[in-house]
Design a binder for this molecule. Sequence first.
Ligand SMILES: NC(=O)c1ccc[n+]([C@@H]2O[C@H](COP(=O)([O-])OP(=O)(O)OC[C@H]3O[C@@H](n4cnc5c(N)ncnc54)[C@H](O)[C@@H]3O)[C@@H](O)[C@H]2O)c1
Ligand SMILES: N[C@H](CO)Cc1c[nH]c[nH+]1
Ligand SMILES: [Zn+2]
Length: 431
Amino acid sequence: MINITKYPESNIWEGLLERPALEKKNLRATVQDIFLKVKNEGDAALKDLSFKFDKVQINNILVSEAEINFAIGQVSNELKTAILQAKENIFRFHLAQKAEINEIETTEGVVCWRESRAIENVGLYIPGGTAPLFSTVLMLAVPAKIADCKEIILCTPPQKDGSINPAILYTAQLCGITKIYKVGGAQAVAAFTFGTETILKVDKIFGPGNQYVTQAKQLAMEYNVAIDLPAGPSEVLVIADKTANPQFCAADLLSQAEHGIDSQVIFIATDEFIFNDTLKEIEKQLAELPRNEIAKIAIENSQFILMKSIDEAIEMSNTYAPEHLILSVDKPRNYISRIRNAGSIFLGNYTPESAGDYASGTNHTLPTNGFARNYSGVSLDSFVKKITVQEISKKGIQNIGKTIELMAAAEGLDAHKNAVSLRLKFLDNEI
Ligand SMILES: NC(=O)c1ccc[n+]([C@@H]2O[C@H](COP(=O)([O-])OP(=O)(O)OC[C@H]3O[C@@H](n4cnc5c(N)ncnc54)[C@H](O)[C@@H]3O)[C@@H](O)[C@H]2O)c1
Ligand SMILES: N[C@H](CO)Cc1c[nH]c[nH+]1
Ligand SMILES: [Zn+2]
């Protein structure tokens, strides 16, 4: 069943655009139990939980060198070439994010600047529940390497036979990552949070995942581990006017619907013919998809909406704050400045969302579930912290000293004031 709404009033938008949640009530409790088990039992818990959730008995959590070498031989040359091209574009886009040091003289003799330092120990989560997302390895490992993080470790769920998908292992070693662990879900996030006999406790956890992984990352923050952002079940919102192509719109919508049964897609059209043709295309293309059982459920959780104008469609999109926003409209650049909430924007009929997922260069680890209101996607900045530095000359302290003294006195903090007064007195005596 497809949910269709025509010309909804703005007072019902929020209800209409509610996200699906599979296990809203027990999710936190489920993940808390997993955390407690991993904290108390370490590697043994990871093995038990892999057996419980992934139905596989894992003997060695760490992927061996032999397994990596074997995997490299399993990946076709054609796929290796594609991964290399994607890596190159992702590298270029992220390298350009390196900030120049910008020294600012705020007052004569007072110089301030920021220096970037890599976050030392980072844990990358690569989803693998229903599809082995080796593209996510590129999205996380490439900026982590550019930032020069000291320890970069990776967790991903084991397949049914206990192995890791060869493309994940190939991509990881291509990016210089060799500490790869066969652990998925909330238990992987718990291992990054507490550390186990085998897995290092990290400073920051990165990567997308299903609702268990996303909830686990939120819980990790309560144990003072940083996370990149809440990057949960994928979503896309497509805005289409009469210049859109219904086949392309349907394909883009299905591309995110096929991720998981908890994915959601929103289609907003301003033209009734495009709207109806896209609905027909959805049915047609859905039937052909190998993952149509997953995509079908996601489509049932989705919304297809007809609106009067693009302006209204954009306002609705701002309310929803989609992970991905596709503007299949005439002169899409004209609308960018009005978009306030979106993880990543795709312009025009020839910019499929899949390009950003794999190879254009932008990062596909993006905020979902409305978090595009207050989070950016992963970038080079996610892997560094910025340290501020300042240097004040004799002239500089004379220029701002009085201001500091006055403010410190007004806050009743005399020691603060003295730290300046003593210096000013010293300089007075020097003359
Ligand atoms: N927002 C983004 O940037 C982004 C990017 C890529 C993928 N994604 C999303 O990542 C998700 C990947 O999901 P996935 O499931 O394929 O892989 P996943 O690796 O995220 O999750 C698989 C793990 O979930 C755990 N799990 C499964 N059922 C469970 C249960 N009942 N109780 C506790 N734990 C359970 C298992 O441990 C399993 O190993 C998709 O929802 C996709 O949309 C998001
Ligand atoms: N669309 C996902 C982000 O929501 C990323 C991805 C990886 N592979 C395919 N797609
Ligand atoms: Zn995708």
